[in-house]
Design a protein around this ligand. Structure first.
Ligand code: F6P
Length: 360
């Protein structure tokens, strides 16, 4: 008998998280009369003592929440309970989380996260034998078995708009504009935004490139179209010419990418003497208001997640497939990690448009 459920957001934030929480609150209260507790700052809210949480009401979740960016519950991507960071090094605090779940008297938990967070939540649920339903969110869109994760669509739109802003100034100054975008090890954001924003060159980690090929493309724009500006979009995990990742830092195995836009820009400037400027979009892709698609997907996911708990169907992740909300085993979604495949419709479309992907 379910009476009380918890919800937490975990990992990097993105647009649409609040819309999902709002949908959970509405569905749980209106359809089933349950209490909903929002856990503060991802898993840390149940690890810390006193416990950190808020009882969520419909009044708190009005439409301002639907349209707001970030996550009102707070989140973290640095507090793995199995290796919790302390001054003395990582410590296993998974039992504290499980004890916190019991202390709060929860009957089930909805975890909204990407592959890393969902893996951790699944391990916690297995260890603590509690009911878990997962909702996929990640601007990287790399979770398996779902065509869309919350946050991806907005991130693509932001990157596309950046190209919209860069194009006129590129044309005015006859420059090559390089835009570096996020996506971790997958090139989904770069490929989608590159097509939507009219990029001439799209570089993704799944396709190896040659600087000569990129430069030949930029030169050919002048020769064949009389055009002396170009737009290049680069995914953050694209490696340098020696196959090394371009990173800002690395702490406890977690790499922070950053700088490949400047690397590619410098190479283009050196090789063909172009006037190059580089923009790194960074966290602008994660904040801001969710677009319509993210609000819709988040709402549909929230409703379905609550219904799954009501049906006693847990250890499932809600997913978007062929414009339907379905559910899949959490493990299968994590293990089905999806990079950009070479026969993806976006890759074929880019090639069909004559966009240079760096390889030919
Ligand atoms: O996974 C989402 C993401 O935004 C990646 O695209 C990016 O590499 C990373 O998180 C940035 O993490 P942080 O917010 O810790 O800098």
């Amino acid at each position: 008998m379910i009476k009380k459920i918890g919800v937490l957001t975990s990992g990097g934030d993105c647009a649409g998280l609040n819309a999902a929480v709002r949908a959970i609150v509405y569905r749980a209260i209106e359809a089933y009369g349950w209490d909903v507790y929002g856990i503060t700052n991802g898993t840390t809210g149940l690890i810390n003592r006193p416990l950190q949480y808020t009882k969520l009401t419909r009044e708190m979740c009005d439409s301002a929440m639907l349209r707001s960016g970030g996550t009102r519950l707070g989140t973290t991507n640095k507090a793995n309970p199995f290796a919790f960071p302390t001054a003395e090094g990582p410590v296993d605090r998974s039992q504290d989380f499980i004890d916190g779940y019991r202390e709060l008297g929860l009957d089930a938990l909805i975890g909204i996260g990407g592959d890393g967070s969902l893996d951790i939540l699944k391990r916690l649920a297995d260890k603590g034998d509690f009911k878990l339903v997962a909702i996929p969110k990640t601007i990287d869109n790399d979770l398996g078995l779902t065509e869309n994760a919350i946050g991806y669509s907005t991130a693509v739109e932001v990157a596309m708009e950046a190209l919209d802003h860069l194009q006129p100034t590129a044309a005015s100054h006859q420059r090559v504009m390089v835009l570096e975008v996020m996506g971790r090890d997958a090139g989904h954001i770069a490929m989608a935004a590159g097509i939507a924003g009219g990029a001439d060159v799209i570089l993704v980690p799944e396709i190896s490139y040659r600087i000569d090929t990129i430069c030949a493309k930029i030169r050919s724009l002048a020769e064949t179209q009389g055009r002396n500006f170009a737009l290049v979009i680069v995914a953050e995990a694209v490696k340098d010419e020696h196959g090394e990742p371009v990173i800002v830092s690395q702490k406890w195995e977690r790499i922070r990418y950053g700088g490949v836009g400047h690397y590619i820009g410098d190479k283009i400037a050196e090789r063909i003497g172009a006037d190059v400027r580089v923009t790194s979009l960074g966290h602008i892709q994660r904040g801001g208001q969710p677009n319509a698609l993210d609000r819709i997907i988040a709402s549909a996911f929230g409703v379905h997640a609550v219904d799954l708990i009501a049906q006693g169907k847990t250890d499932r992740m809600v997913a978007w497939q062929n414009r339907r909300v379905v559910d899949v085993p959490i493990t299968d979604a994590i293990q089905g990690y999806q990079a950009l495949s070479l026969d993806d419709v976006l890759v074929l479309t880019a090639r069909g448009l004559g966009i240079c992907l760096g390889d030919q």
